[in-house]
Design a protein around this ligand. Structure first.
Ligand code: ADP
Ligand code: MG
Length: 352
């Protein structure tokens, strides 16, 4: 017969597929923490505790008091493309952090993952998956909520393991993730504890039950995360334009920094890193800050799901606006307006 000329095409097995996908979803320990904490938020938790060891490389444990999972649902939660959060028919209206159903499958493919959970009216149960191999569901004692333990991240993908930075750098990236999510959810209490004995790895952001007003809750949380000096030297931002709303807190020019480090941006409640939004923030302060100074701000853009696509990247930290010009204009004018109100009218601005 004819000689085989082309290479042989094979269907990859599930474990290999998950390891490949994990490369996009889980870049480093901080991305694992982000996925697990987002799951806890989606589960309606009011308290989320994160423990890490060795920069999250050997241990990440996230404990929440959310809705939990029924024993029968545990294998499904670990399966790829299985989610309780969307039904696939309306990708425009996503109100949860998760929707891709990839995080737990990915983490189980590249580490040793144990999920212990208990839903109301159900028995507690536990399941483990190691390097993509899933064990059986077994009974476990738990009052409620979910505990997810991830050990030895990337043990199954040694190439990725080599790209990890120092424990300290990874722990700092984890702290940054928690800070951003804690700003996005000021009514949830968060704790982060480094159990490997480093000592300085502890963050606590308690939700103040007394603060009924959303802005007050955000303001109190920003005081805790960025510093009380920021809270005392910032302006309340609230502006609207063509279906987009901008809220949050922006520092007075006198409270600026020498590097663009404390700039927190959120789109529909989701922390994002977006060049366009960062550029708009910079532009808003253009007339009142010198080139080497950088504003400090936590800004929240809200709009209908149809006006923004959050499904640009597996890590969901990038967004695409249908009309970026409108969003940019809203941010620039919202900031300039607040700055003018605070008495920082730029010299180049023509008085109206
Ligand atoms: P996604 O968040 O995109 O749905 P995940 O792989 O992160 O995908 O989680 C899969 C499913 O497991 C979720 O849809 C949810 O039903 C369940 N789940 C994960 N974490 C938790 C948790 N902490 N509490 C309750 N359910 C959870
Ligand atoms: Mg998720």
């Amino acid at each position: 017969g004819p000689a085989q000329t082309g290479p042989i095409i094979r269907q990859l097995d599930e474990a290999a597929i998950n390891r490949i996908a994990a490369g996009e979803v889980v870049e480093r320990p901080a991305s694992a923490v982000k996925e697990l904490v987002e799951n806890a938020i989606d589960a309606g938790a009011t308290r989320i505790a994160v423990e890490i060891a060795d920069g999250g490389k050997t241990l990440i444990r996230v404990t929440d008091d959310g809705c939990g999972m029924a024993p029968d649902d545990l294998p499904l939660a670990l399966a790829r493309h299985a989610t309780s959060k969307i039904d696939g028919s309306d990708l425009l209206n996503i109100h949860s952090f998760g929707f891709r159903g990839e995080a737990l499958a990915s983490l189980g493919a590249v580490g040793r993952l144990t999920v212990t959970s208990r839903a109301a009216g159900q028995d507690g149960a536990e399941i483990s998956v190691t390097g993509g191999k899933m064990g059986a569901v077994r009974p476990a004692a738990l009052n409620g909520g979910t505990v997810i333990t991830l050990r030895d991240l990337f043990f199954a993908t040694p190439a990725r393991l080599k790209f990890m930075r120092t424990d300290r750098a990874e722990a700092q990236a984890i702290g940054d993730v928690i800070k951003r999510l804690a700003m996005a959810e000021p009514s949830i209490s968060f704790t982060l504890r480094d159990v490997s004995g480093g000592g300085d790895g502890r963050l606590t952001f308690r939700a103040d039950a007394e603060t009924g007003d959303l802005f007050d809750a955000l303001h109190a949380r920003l005081a805790r995360i960025i510093g009380s000096e920021f809270a005392d030297n910032s302006m309340r931002i609230d502006a609207e334009r063509e279906g987009f709303r901008l809220t949050g807190c922006a520092g007075l020019p006198t409270y600026s920094r020498g590097a663009a480090v404390a700039q927190y941006l959120f789109v529909n409640g989701r922390p994002v890193r977006d060049r366009m939004l960062l550029g708009a923030l910079r532009a808003g302060y253009m007339d009142v800050l010198s080139r080497d100074r950088h504003p400090v701000a936590a800004l929240f853009v809200e709009c209908e799901g149809a006006l923004v696509d959050v499904n640009v990247h597996p890590a969901k930290s990038e967004v695409r606006f249908r009309d970026p010009g409108t969003v940019r204009g809203l941010i620039v004018s919202g900031l300039r307006h607040a700055l003018a109100e605070a008495g920082h009218r730029a010299s180049s601005t023509v008085a109206t």
